[in-house]
Design a protein around this ligand. Structure first.
Ligand code: SAM
Length: 461
């Protein structure tokens, strides 16, 4: 694109930082970072840490994550470091169970982070308006393994029925993506001034559409990965003028390199690649001062989408997970569980929203047989004593994620076996003697050809 971005940044940043320095930094290499899942990798990794995120680490170079079974098992998430700053905002609020909506959730970086920060008894709705992208959120959250997550595929307006419900709403808004220029050169090609205007109008609309569902006293976290002030300070300051809200401050450490910018009441935390070890990012914390408290409708709208399994029949499934749960069926014979505390909420979600998944997939029930669903293996609450276990080597673990039929020597018994790699639960196979059938979902399977000598794992570092 024949456009002078250096001049543009100098103008569009209104002196927050040097346009020339910012432009020069876009020619440098992007750092690679991951956030580990403490339920699956309990120890600290021997890697440099991201200063503002306890489980965040930098890698010396970008490896092929597809070749690591721990990646497929939800043991870590590849996430850009600046975005992990969410932790500094959410951690002080997560001293009690929270109801959180991640409105623009795909592919799921912030959702997996949020659910890790939230206490037991909390609930997360991860919404994504584009259906194919909502499926990716679903895969990532099932693999992350926490219960109490609902993935929906709705427009922001559809959450109007939850007036005053959420303690936190995260709007990681679609933006013109200037912060992605060095990571993804195509972002530069697709950029235009007209798109900045369009994004800014869309961001304002999204904030207004979802504001109603924030609880009085609750927090709306607004972020973008773009640099210009039109999609950041201006969107937030105009929003403050139109609503009863204020921006909150959080303490910063000087060595982080994060810039706090104030503009007409808006407080924006700015991440520039020449100042922080991460990509471009901007985040504001908006607190709602007044509004309607959530009032649950007295009458439950019956949901035809799911059937709650009776307390008596639930006993068939009660040893599968350790959580107190409500067990439900969506498609015939496909059994899921969800937190007992949120039974009514679950039904409301299925009545009003396009739910992609909710909770933990348990089993497929056929007659008297129960076949474990692959997602159950990833759940932190999975009761691992119920099936014989077998530790596999690195090539076998990757062949499982390729959905190949496996012939594994010394399996402990016939029937369902729970596979692990370096003590990380990866899935189930059904040993039929000469081979083991592999039920790993085709949609999640590795499609590329694998060179065995390139296999590696983060847990072997
Ligand atoms: N929060 C995600 C994460 O951390 O992985 C990244 C979100 S990305 C910056 C913005 C998302 O907003 C995209 O997945 C996009 O599909 C979605 N989106 C696009 N238009 C939207 C709209 N009008 N309302 C809500 N979300 C929208």
């Amino acid at each position: 694109m024949n456009f002078n971005f250096q001049t543009y940044f100098t103008e569009a940043l209104h002196g927050i930082t040097s346009g020339a320095e910012l432009y020069a930094s876009l020619e440098t290499a992007s750092p690679t970072s991951i956030r580990s899942n403490s339920n699956k990798i309990p120890k600290a990794l021997p890697l440099p840490q991201v200063a503002w995120c306890e489980q965040g680490y930098y890698l010396p170079q970008r490896p092929k994550f597809t070749l690591d079974p721990a990646f497929h098992a939800g043991a870590y998430y590849v996430q850009e470091a600046s975005s992990m700053f969410l932790e500094q905002i959410v951690k002080p609020l997560a001293t009690r169970p929270l109801k959180v909506l991640d409105l623009c959730a795909a592919p799921g970086g912030k959702s997996t982070h949020l659910i890790s920060l939230m206490q037991r008894g909390s609930v997360l709705v991860a919404n994504e308006v584009i259906q194919s992208r909502a499926q990716i959120v679903s895969e990532n959250l099932i693999k992350w393994g926490k219960s109490n997550c609902v993935v929906t595929n709705n427009d922001p307006k559809d959450f109007g029925f939850l007036e005053g419900f959420f303690d936190i709403v995260v709007v990681d808004a679609p933006c013109s993506g200037e912060g992605m220029f060095r990571k993804d050169p195509q972002a530069k090609e697709e950029w235009s001034e007209a798109n900045v205007e369009l994004c800014s109008r869309r961001q304002t609309r999204i904030l207004h559409d979802i504001w109603n569902s924030v609880a009085p006293g609750g927090t709306l976290i607004y972020s973008t990965c773009t640099f210009n002030t039109k999609e950041n300070e201006e969107v937030v300051s105009q929003f403050l003028q139109q609503t009863d809200a204020v921006c909150k401050h959080i303490p910063l450490q000087l060595e982080w390199g994060v810039v706090e910018k104030q503009h007409k009441g808006a407080v924006c935390y700015r991440f520039f690649p020449h100042k922080v070890k991460g990509e471009g990012f901007c985040v504001s914390i908006i607190q709602k001062l007044s509004g309607e408290e959530f009032e649950a409708p007295r009458k439950q709208t019956p949901s035809k989408a799911i059937t709650i399994v009776s307390e008596k029949n639930k006993l068939h499934y009660s040893n599968l997970i350790s959580d107190e749960s409500v067990v439900y069926e969506r498609q015939p014979g496909i059994i899921w569980s969800f937190s007992k505390n949120y039974r009514k909420f679950l039904l409301d979600m299925f009545s009003h929203c396009k739910v992609i998944h909710a909770g933990i997939p348990l089993v497929e029930s056929i007659g008297h047989k129960l076949n474990p669903l692959p997602g159950l293996a990833f759940a932190s609450s999975f009761n691992q004593n119920i099936l014989p276990q077998h530790e596999v080597d690195l090539p076998t673990a990757i062949r499982y994620f390729k959905k190949e039929a496996l012939s594994i020597e010394n399996l402990p018994s016939k029937g369902w076996i729970h596979l692990k790699y370096k003590n990380i639960s990866i899935g189930f196979v059904k040993n039929i003697g000469n081979r083991a059938n592999n039920p790993y979902p085709a949609a999640w399977a590795i499609k590329m050809n694998i060179q065995p000598d390139l296999l590696w794992s983060i847990v072997d570092l």
